[in-house]
Design a protein around this ligand. Structure first.
Ligand code: GTR
Length: 414
């Protein structure tokens, strides 16, 4: 089942590596060495190296946001429900206009806040796959009218018809969203549908935010870069919300949205916590390992996700000027959480762990402890303080176990 126009033969030739002995030898680039070979010795050096790395990731992997794109947003509060979750919470829906006027692309931010708090609440900002209405069955949540991908199971169940969500789709993803547990922990939850910013299909950037601008150049934004930019615009609103503690906002994404969280969190230092849930290739997993999904494979299956320059590294990962441990290191000194799942071999759990581990020297330079061990921990045993990691039992998913760790991480922020 392939979704691109790329030749079938190129796809069918791909055989993923699933044995450690078949992982090629590789040398990782050193986050603490400038491109000219000079060492990074001080915090001031690191600030410069950080800029250099951000530019390299923008140019070679995700694509930069074009110069003409304005970050100015306007918003409109469309709904406020005072008695949500049996009166425990307040629900708000904020439409955030992304192109300066109200006729262009917008994202709908759903915010659920605990009530009766004496202080401002810490919050999660999370991107969702299937519309805000999918996270909880309440009819108070507006049904998304945006274009939706259709999986065969969604079609069978009538959740998506003609690429639009139906009433049946309400609460379809509740297993991934323990809303009551989050609220009971005194934490607010803000979420938006990623397809509001750019619909997730290869449309040559006709739709979504890129459609308002010139076609992206080879070093300009693919969809992940656009989704990450959208998360930053949602953050612009969230930090202005008087009920939210702007110093304690954690950004969370799963899978392709974990890749997105890492790229947004690397660039935007307002996120005090950045969480990658099963983000895999182009996320936390080291590209040079080629384990499971590879750069060639991801660029073939999803040609719109990364910038066109990234295709230079198809089957050519050793030439990449960066690797994904450096993406993790860009989050330093903030709290970063990388999570894997045992059965999610496509995402290379070991490669995800090693990225978190090899980001350690940057945290150490900034006076913070790296991961305490160079080998992955046992399943279901989270490790680390400033860089946290776990591998849980089970498959590619977001579970109660994952959320439990993320809530603890958010609440540990000083
Ligand atoms: C897969 C893709 C992964 C991951 C996943 C998801 O098909 O190969 O990189 O992003 O989708 O987002 O669910």
């Amino acid at each position: 089942m392939f979704t691109t126009a790329t030749s079938q033969s190129q796809e069918s030739e791909f055989v993923p590596i699933y044995e450690e002995e078949n992982v090629p030898d590789y040398v990782l680039p050193n986050p603490l060495q400038f491109e000219n070979g000079d060492p990074v010795r001080t915090k001031e050096d690191w600030e410069k190296r950080r800029e250099e790395l951000l530019n390299l990731f923008a140019e070679h992997v995700y694509g930069r946001v074009p110069g003409g794109v304005s970050d100015e947003i306007t918003h409109e509060k469309r709904k406020s429900v005072d008695e949500f979750l049996n009166g425990k919470a307040v629900l708000e829906e904020i439409r955030i206009f992304l192109t300066g006027d109200q006729s262009g692309t917008f994202l709908d931010l759903l915010i659920i806040k605990p009530k009766n708090q004496n202080a401002k609440s810490p919050a999660f900002l999370t991107l969702n796959f299937a519309g805000n209405h999918s996270i909880h069955p309440s009819p108070e949540i507006s049904l998304s009218e945006s274009w939706m991908r259709i999986s065969s199971s969604d079609r069978k169940a009538g959740l998506v018809v003609d690429n639009k969500a139906t009433e049946k789709a309400r609460g379809d993803r509740t297993s991934r969203w323990p809303v009551e547990k989050i609220i009971d922990s005194g934490v607010a939850l803000a979420t938006f549908y990623y397809g509001d910013v750019d619909p997730d299909f290869d449309d040559d950037f006709e739709n979504g935010i890129q459609g308002h601008y010139e076609k992206p150049a080879p070093d300009e934004w693919g969809s992940i870069s656009a989704w990450a930019w959208g998360a930053q615009r949602a953050m612009d609103y969230l930090v202005s919300d008087p009920d939210i503690d702007a110093e304690k906002i954690g950004l969370l994404g799963h899978s392709r949205l974990g890749k997105t969280s890492l790229w947004a969190g690397a660039q935007d230092e307002r996120f005090a916590l950045v969480i990658s849930n099963n983000s895999g290739c182009g996320g936390a997993a080291l590209s040079r390992r080629r384990f499971g999904e590879s750069v060639l494979r991801i660029n073939t299956s999803f040609p719109h996700w990364f910038c066109d320059n990234f295709t230079k590294y198809n089957d050519n990962e050793s030439e990449l000027p960066v690797d994904q441990h450096e993406l993790i290191s860009l989050i330093a000194p903030r709290l970063v959480y990388v999570a894997s799942a045992e059965e999610d071999q496509w995402a290379d759990p070991r490669g995800e762990f090693l990225s978190a581990f090899h980001a350690g020297p940057v945290y150490e330079l900034l006076g913070l402890a790296p991961l305490p061990q160079s080998e992955p921990p046992a399943v279901n045993e989270p490790i680390g303080e400033n860089i946290r990691y776990h591998i849980r039992t089970g498959k590619h998913d977001v579970t109660e176990f994952d959320w439990h760790q993320y809530i603890q991480a958010l609440k540990s922020l000083k």
